[in-house]
Every structure is written in structure tokens, then in C-alpha cells.
Design a protein around this ligand. Structure first.
Ligand SMILES: Cc1cc2nc3c(=O)[nH]c(=O)nc-3n(C[C@H](O)[C@H](O)[C@H](O)COP(=O)(O)OP(=O)(O)OC[C@H]3O[C@@H](n4cnc5c(N)ncnc54)[C@H](O)[C@@H]3O)c2cc1C
Length: 378
């Protein structure tokens, strides 16, 4: 249903650009604000690639949301005419007996996911660049894909602007509060705006803008390292990205330029970020030991000397589930934060849910499990 509501979206990054698109599509008067501009590399979304998977290693509850996201990625590409996601498949590997791999294998059967289990011989035949240790299983998720994060954020924000949204670039919001008489007050260095509702999607800056969240969002520095292959072709056969669950907890994505493979690590190896505006973006040589060990043990084809290093940020919650819902006691303020290293694939679904919550106060999409577990009421 069309709406005449005036809605602010604070933070036009991964989630906010999609929320702007979905709100503008429903006829809302959308006013976006970003500290920088869509597609920048200072937050959670830089580094050229993100993995899409049909199954989640944490909870079955994500599967319907991933299906929604899958459809909406297609819709965004169709509406913008941009190529934002390439279907490549995704290899998931880990200790067969670990809870995450057992959950993956059981959800694959229960939800009829398009998964193929590969034994070591088959993995070696099709993907000789990967080593599978004893007691580990490999699963090829055929719905897996590689998303281009910067292009996606720019495409969603541009589509929102085409549909009538306004976006204030390089405009950090300093304060957000309920307005006397209803609605929300948004304060920037240029003045104060009044809106009917606000969606707060400031990613790693969440504790700066909203220091009293119902749950802790632990902001961490996430480093990525790009390596050249020495013998095998990592870019043939769909060039699937990969995720190694317990005990290696890392991921890798062949770069779209066909030159290098990006590697990243999981939460436990990330350093805390006390002040997001002062993120240390220099990766030092002593931080590279883990990448070297992973390469030696699991993918010795990669040259351990990196050709590129970068640092980003992400907010993590204790459960690994994001906070998605209204702020306690504030029916006009929706917050989405703490995507814990796996939010990008879900971002268009989160945009749709943000629009539902801001315009209707509720959503029919099955996101309650995120609100209940994070303590944020839906
Ligand atoms: C290295 C790395 C690899 C990852 N890999 C994957 C993957 O393969 N697959 C996957 O699904 N997920 C992945 N993730 C997670 C995913 O990228 C994040 O969950 C997602 O980007 C979080 O989006 P966000 O909107 O919360 O934050 P962001 O995208 O950072 O957006 C926040 C926005 O808010 C703006 N902002 C901040 N403060 C203010 C303010 N006061 N006023 C106005 N604007 C403000 C910022 O400028 C920014 O644009 C990865 C994350 C990292 C860091």
C-alpha cells in the first residue's frame, strides 16, 4: 500500500541503501543521511566482494530470509539494469562432526537446498586448489553467489533517488530523539529535521549514535588479504567462493578481476575498535601469521605474500544474530545493527523489513526470531 509518511534513513550503507529503495518504492518521502557517500570503503561494506549462500551456518530461521533476499537481489538487478551478483556456487567446508556442519547438512535435507556433498576425491578432482583434512566434509551450495557490495549500495541508493528519495551525503547525524508531539527529531551540523519515523542503519557507528542499545554490539576491525594463485585456475568452473567453518573459521573469494583471491578471518581473530572514526586502516606484517598458516595447511597453491591488504569494521552481537526491530519504547525508531559478519547477503531483505517496520509498525516476514533473541522488540 502507498504511504504519505516522511521517513529518515540514517546511514546509507549496506542496509540503509536497501531500506531507502524499499521505502521509496512504497511511496514514502525518504530522507537519507550518510557520514560519507554510498559505496565508500570505511565501514562494513568495502573490499569488492561478499558471499551469498542459501543456508546459514547458525540458524534454520535465516533460510526464509535468505530466500526473500535471493528474490530481491534479482529484483534490484532487474530494476537497475546492473550486474550486482554472479551465481557461482559456494563451497562450505568444515569438521563433519562440528555443530555448524551438522546443522548445514540437516538444513540441506529439511529445506531441500540445492546442495551437493563432495568427498575428498571429488573435491580434489573439481577444485584441486583446496585441501580437505581428515574428518572434514565439503558441501557445494549451488545457490551460492558473489555480490559486489560497493556497486550494490550505489545501485540501491541511486534507484531510491530515482524513485524520489533525497540523500544528504557527507552529513553525519549527530543526534536522533523522539520529537515532542510525535515523530522523530534528526540533528545534523546543518540543522534539525522532523520526520514521522526513522530507520537507523549506521553499522559499526551504532554505539556512537545510540549508546544505550538493549544489547551490546561489539565493533571489531576485520582485515582482508589478497593472494595470487601459483598454479591452479581459481577463476574457472564458476569460481566459487568458500567458507571454512570450525576449526579454521575463514573465507575466501576469487576476485572479479581474475587476478587474486581475497581471504578473510572470523570474529575471534578481530581486534576491538574503540572509535570507528579512528579505525587503524594499516595492516602490519605481524598480523599476517594466520593467513600464512591457513594457506600452508589448506590452499598451498596461493602465494603467502599478499598483493593487497585492507581493514574494515563490523558490529558483532554475542549470539551472532543482528538487532532488528523498534528501539524499546520508541515506536517510530527502527534499528538494524550487529550483522556479525554475515549481513550483506541479507541486505535487500532487511531493506524490505525496515520499510514494513517503519511504515506499518510490523512485518509479515519471519524476522521475529532476530528481535526476540537480541532483546529488541519487533
Ligand atoms: C571484511 C568483511 C567481509 C564480509 N563478508 C561477508 C560476506 O561474504 N557475506 C555477507 O553476507 N556478509 C559479509 N560481511 C558482513 C557485511 O558486510 C555486514 O554485515 C554489512 O555490510 C553491515 O551493513 P551495515 O549497513 O550495518 O553497515 P555499513 O555498510 O557500514 O553501513 C553503515 C553506514 O552508516 C553510515 N553512518 C555511520 N554513522 C552515521 C551517522 N551518524 N550519520 C549518517 N550516516 C552514518 C556510514 O557512513 C555507512 O555508510 C563482511 C563484513 C566484512 C567487514
Amino acid at each position: 500500500m502507498r504511504t504519505s509518511k516522511r521517513v529518515a534513513v540514517i546511514g546509507a550503507g549496506s542496509m540503509g541503501s536497501q531500506a531507502m529503495w524499499r521505502l521509496a518504492a512504497r511511496g514514502a518521502e525518504v530522507i537519507g543521511y550518510d557520514r560519507y557517500a554510498p559505496g565508500h570503503d570505511r565501514g562494513a561494506a568495502g573490499g569488492e566482494t561478499r558471499i551469498f549462500r542459501a543456508a546459514h551456518l547458525g540458524e534454520h530461521g535465516y533460510i526464509p530470509l535468505l530466500r526473500l533476499a535471493d528474490r530481491m537481489w534479482e529484483q534490484l538487478q532487474a530494476e537497475t539494469g546492473r550486474s550486482l551478483r554472479r551465481r557461482s556456487g559456494c563451497l562450505v567446508m568444515g569438521e563433519t562432526a562440528s555443530p555448524s556442519m551438522r546443522l548445514l547438512l540437516s538444513s540441506s535435507a529439511t529445506h531441500r537446498l540445492d546442495h551437493e556433498v563432495l568427498d575428498r576425491a571429488e573435491l580434489g578432482r573439481r577444485y584441486p586448489q583446496h585441501r580437505l583434512p581428515d574428518g572434514h566434509t565439503a558441501v557445494l551450495d549451488r545457490m551460492g553467489a558473489v555480490i559486489r557490495p560497493e556497486a550494490s549500495i550505489q545501485a540501491a541508493a541511486a534507484r531510491a533517488e530515482q524513485l524520489g528519495a533525497r540523500l544528504h551525503r557527507y552529513t553525519p547525524v549527530r543526534e536522533i530523539a523522539p520529537a515532542a508531539g510525535g515523530g522523530v527529531r534528526i540533528v545534523t551540523d546543518h540543522g534539525t529535521d522532523h520526520v514521522d519515523a526513522a530507520v537507523v542503519t549506521v553499522g559499526p557507528w551504532i554505539n556512537t549514535l545510540l549508546p544505550d542499545l538493549p544489547r551490546t554490539v561489539d565493533v571489531r576491525r576485520v582485515i582482508c588479504s589478497w593472494h595470487l594463485p601459483t598454479r591452479h585456475d581459481w577463476f574457472a568452473g564458476g569460481a566459487p567462493p568458500f567458507v571454512r567453518s570450525t576449526p579454521h573459521d575463514c573465507f575466501g573469494i576469487p576476485s572479479p578481476d581474475g587476478i587474486s583471491v581475497k581471504l578473510g578471518l572470523s570474529f575471534a581473530r578481530h581486534q576491538p575498535v574503540p572509535e570507528p572514526e579512528r579505525l587503524d586502516r594499516t595492516v602490519r606484517p605481524e598480523e599476517l601469521g594466520t593467513f600464512r598458516e591457513l594457506i600452508r595447511e589448506l590452499m598451498p597453491d596461493l602465494n603467502p605474500d599478499p598483493v593487497r591488504l585492507s581493514a574494515y569494521m563490523e558490529g558483532y552481537t554475542e549470539s551472532g544474530n543482528p538487532l532488528v526491530g523498534h528501539l524499546p519504547g520508541e515506536d517510530d525508531i527502527v534499528v538494524m545493527a550487529g550483522f556479525s559478519g554475515s549481513g550483506f547477503k541479507l541486505s535487500p531483505a532487511m531493506g524490505e523489513i525496515a520499510a514494513d517496520l517503519a511504515l506499518d509498525g510490523t512485518t509479515d516476514h519471519p524476522a521475529d526470531f532476530l528481535a526476540a533473541k537480541t532483546g529488541a522488540p519487533s
